[in-house]
Design a protein around this ligand. Structure first.
Ligand code: SF4
Length: 768
């Protein structure tokens, strides 16, 4: 037997060569030699809207075996959060749906083949439409599938199947930003680029916790070399608030009052860019008069903040020459006065002329990886391509591009998600086709969905897993390929198109959503109308045509390879941009001199080259021209509205919900499949309680608490922490129990559910 020394110094045999690390010639880091990839393929991550590029390692058979973050992509610069690192794991989960499943007479879901699945799908949907009218069938879609798939679904459902009502879980995520931008700028147009995280002198985060929810964006903030002031408006002392220069723990949903107060202070301090306001906006005089009563004392009384903190904030954002950017996400979007709150941030950036320049803007941080694709091409609220259903010329134009009779295009937008479910409740909608979303878990006041299920004659769920809370209730399950098993485009928060590549085969008979929609079109009898949509790449070419001439024009993009070679491409990217790009690349290669220097010097060429490099990070509205008919941005505002369900004697706590960990994604249908991710966050629901509230409840961390609202009851483990304020509690949204409690209030403009505030009672459970 070898001595221990021989064993440790052995150069061959077990535990020797297999531990040698292969250098990172595939991108980043090193891997054991046995895992050295034969090749790599790039794919933009399919979880959140950051849009990180991942370098997927392939074996000799072309199968994905590993991944590392892409070091060259301008979004993530070689970084990924835990979800990205684990992106391949959910594909191999044992509970993947591998075959269509049809509920039999005994109530069991049984495997069937695609022919039978399509026969049942069309027969049931058509008979429901024949009996109750075309409006009796509705679709609930997602911001998680690629753009080509959402577009084909939207076109097929509305122009092929005669479905009037189609909405998606983007309603839960970005409907507010969509409406806020559309009303203020004339188009749903987030103006920023991620470089603005690094270029700001003052960053104001409202209802956003990027440390947890968007960790790679937070890394971009950490790269800021301007020693920025970071201001966080959030009732919780979140991880981001802990890292901030100034935390403003305003009472829940008083952010609108605070922002009006800050606008008043900007005016009082003479920090308004009068020239910009006069040349590029409308409604400023009315807005200035409106905010006059929002004195520091009034704002302090409403928000619970100190006057000194308000004035300190005003001082920071009004500092002459400072670049100020405002960032919001779900704390704003998921509120009963969400649209006006988002617009209060837009108003602050407009009045100071802080838009279209480095480090500025009122900027929405998106949730889902392809919410922007859904907003532009989902065919729900806007006609596919960002057009208007009510505009006959738009219907004509879209019909001509799609080769369809414009009469097939409805003249009104779909109803919102909540109203679709209300129509189910009234018995008007009798069949639902739900795609890649988990309504039974994620919809507000989710207990109601189970009651609605009994009112549906037919529920079809199309998903990677037959085990989600919603799929388990389906009559028919259509097994879908997931991220990594199909090609297509996502658009991230900063309007960047990125390509998701097929790097793995879907299991069993599972098909890409695109292929399933093609099958439905054929089975429905409208296949010829969608013959041009023969592949995701062909669909992308159609979407380019739809975008041409729109603010989101990306008709200058050649194909997926062009996007990939460019490190993603932000819209707009017109044919003229494409021509300029060709010239720019020739300049970079020293094949061409810049067109217009009057004096041709090396320095001119260097300056031109640095402009070209910066053109991979582009922002909107540098020219002050907006997409409204008169080219001016609008100041929009309303009086704040009280909380729909404030605490009272019976339900004395205000429940806030949000992300609890960067290792969990939404309802956990994918992230729960990863043993690594499950280890990074508690697997049981928890509730954060302030110590001052825990004492009278007799609770300590680890106790089981009962949490009740007027709609439901659940239990959660107590976490006693001053992160929350007295009288407020917090629960992470990833557990299905949480939406049993939430109150179904909606923003009146965006119909986005207000997940962030409802009244609950909390008590300590007795030990058994
Ligand atoms: Fe990047 Fe978001 Fe994917 Fe994490 S989940 S790797 S932050 S895109």
């Amino acid at each position: 037997m070898s001595s221990i020394e021989d064993l440790l110094l052995a150069r061959n045999g077990p535990m020797t060569t297999e531990l040698v690390q292969r250098p990172g010639d595939f991108g980043l880091g090193r891997v054991p030699a046995r895992l050295a990839p034969a090749g790599t393929a790039k794919a933009v991550c399919g979880f959140c809207s950051t849009g990180c590029s991942l370098q997927v390692h392939l074996n000799a058979a072309g199968e994905a075996i590993n991944l590392t973050p892409d070091p060259d992509y301008p979004v993530n610069l070689g970084m990924a959060c835990p979800k990205g690192w684990e992106a391949l794991t959910p594909l191999a989960a044992a509970d993947r749906a591998r075959t269509p499943l049809l509920r039999d007479a005994g109530g069991e879901l049984r495997p069937v083949d695609w022919t039978q699945a399509m026969t049942v799908f069309t027969a049931r949907m058509k008979s429901i439409q024949a009996e109750h009218g075309p409006g009796a069938v509705a679709v609930l879609s997602t911001g998680q599938i690629v753009m080509e798939e959402m577009a084909l679904l939207g076109a097929l459902a509305k122009f092929g199947m005669g479905v009037a009502e189609l909405d998606s879980n983007t309603r839960q995520c970005m409907a507010t930003s969509h409406v806020a931008y559309k009303q203020s700028y004339g188009f749903d147009a987030p103006p920023f680029t991620y470089a603005d995280f690094e270029e700001s002198d003052v960053l104001v985060f409202v209802g956003a916790n990027p440390c947890i929810a968007h960790p790679i964006m937070w890394q971009r903030v950490m790269r800021n070399r301007r020693n920025p002031a970071i201001i966080v408006v959030d009732p919780r002392r979140t991880e981001t608030a802990m890292a901030a220069t100034l935390h403003l723990p305003a009472r829940p949903k008083t952010d609108l009052t605070l922002l009006y107060g800050l606008a008043r202070e900007l005016i009082r301090r003479g920090a308004v860019d009068a020239g910009f306001v006069a040349a590029h906006t409308t409604g400023y005089a009315e807005f200035a008069a409106f905010v006059e009563p929002y004195t520091p004392e009034h704002v302090a009384a409403e928000t619970g903040l100190g006057v000194a903190d308000l004035l300190r904030t005003a001082e920071l954002i009004a500092r002459p020459g400072a670049r100020v950017s405002y960032w919001w996400t779900m704390g704003v979007n998921q509120s009963h006065q969400a649209t006006r709150t988002a617009q209060a941030l837009i108003n602050l950036s407009l009045m100071a002329g802080q838009i279209g320049k480095p480090g500025t803007g009122a900027n929405s941080i998106t949730g889902q990886c392809n919410a922007m694709g859904s907003r532009l091409f989902g065919n729900a609220t806007s006609l596919i391509g960002g057009y208007d259903f009510a505009n006959a010329a738009h219907r004509q134009h879209v019909g001509a591009i799609l080769g369809l009779d414009p009469a097939l295009i409805p003249a009104q937008a779909s109803q919102a998600y909540d109203r679709i479910l209300d129509a189910v409740d009234r018995g008007e909608i009798r069949a639902l086709w739900i795609i890649a979303t988990n309504t039974a878990h994620s919809w507000i006041n989710s207990g109601k969905f189970s009651q609605l299920r009994d009112k549906l004659d037919f529920l079809v769920v199309q998903d990677m897993y037959a085990t989600t809370e919603t799929a388990r209730q389906a009559d028919l399950v259509l097994p879908a390929a997931g991220w990594g098993e199909k090609d297509g485009v996502f658009i991230n928060s900063e309007r960047r198109l990125g390509v998701a590549r097929k790097v793995a085969r879907a299991p069993g008979q599972a098909l890409s959503d695109f292929a399933i929609f093609q099958l439905v079109a054929e089975a429905w009898g409208c296949g010829p109308s969608f013959a041009r949509w023969r592949s995701p790449a062909a669909a992308f070419a159609i979407l380019k045509e739809l975008s041409r001439g729109q603010p989101c024009d990306f008709s200058g993009i050649r194909d997926y390879d062009h996007i990939e070679a460019s490190g993603g491409i932000q819209w707009p990217f017109t044919a003229a941009d494409a021509a300029a790009e060709i010239n720019e690349s020739r300049i970079m290669n020293n094949e061409l001199k810049p067109e217009k220097p009057t004096e041709s010097s090396d320095q001119t060429i260097i300056n031109h080259k640095s402009l070209i490099i910066n053109s991979s990070e582009r922002r909107l509205f540098a020219d002050g021209k907006f997409f409204t008919p008169d080219g001016r941005a609008r100041f929009l505002f309303d009086e704040p509205v009280p909380l729909p369900e404030p605490p009272d004697a019976a339900f004395p706590f205000l429940l806030n919900t949000g992300r609890g960990s960067s290792a969990q994604w939404h309802t956990g249908s994918r992230t729960d499949k990863s043993a690594v991710l499950r280890k990074l966050a508690p697997t049981q629901p928890w509730i954060e309680l302030h110590p001052a509230d825990a004492v009278p409840l007799g609770a300590v961390t680890g106790d089981t608490m009962q949490v009740r609202s007027r709609r439901g009851v659940t239990t959660a483990l107590a976490v006693v922490t001053p992160i929350v304020q007295p009288g407020q509690v917090f629960m992470p949204l990833h557990f299905p129990e949480v939406n049993l409690l939430t109150f179904p209030a909606y923003d009146p403009h965006s119909r986005q559910p207000a997940y962030k505030a409802c009244a609950v009672a909390v008590s300590r459970m007795q030990n058994p």
